[in-house]
Write a new protein. Structure first.
Length: 123
């Protein structure tokens, strides 16, 4: 039986689509979509879903780990070395919340717009 659906895109709300796209471009190596603009920017890759970033007026970042403003979703990225990936992502502008539930197995970071995401060891 073939799948009914295939994941083709993930879109994140944010205050500044080009800036958030630039962060994820540097972090993932995905290429900018040629029609990106100030209201909607995107990244694409041959073997990856499209990642979109859409401008939202009065954007409020998630407040992880408390749920005053829920995270609603988060992305996970596989890496070879947690410490190396964390250091590089922090250099690119990521944040690191104080609460780290299983820091030996994965790291919770936040992108420049406040979305939580995890880096996990590639298996």
């Amino acid at each position: 039986m073939s799948a009914l659906m295939e994941l083709s895109a993930i879109t994140l709300d944010c205050p500044d689509p080009p800036a958030l796209a630039a962060f994820y471009e540097k972090a993932t190596g995905l290429a900018p979509h040629p029609k990106s603009d100030a209201a909607f920017a995107g990244l694409q890759g041959a073997d990856a879903p499209f990642i979109g970033f859409q401008r939202v007026d009065d954007y409020r970042p998630p407040s992880w780990p408390d749920q005053e403003v829920p995270q609603q979703l988060h992305l996970c990225f596989a890496v070879d070395d947690l410490d190396e990936a964390e250091a590089r992502l922090l250099e690119l502008g990521a944040g690191k919340p104080d609460q780290q539930p299983h820091e030996d197995r994965w790291r919770v970071l936040t992108d420049p717009a406040g979305h939580p995401f995890c880096v996990v060891v590639r298996r």
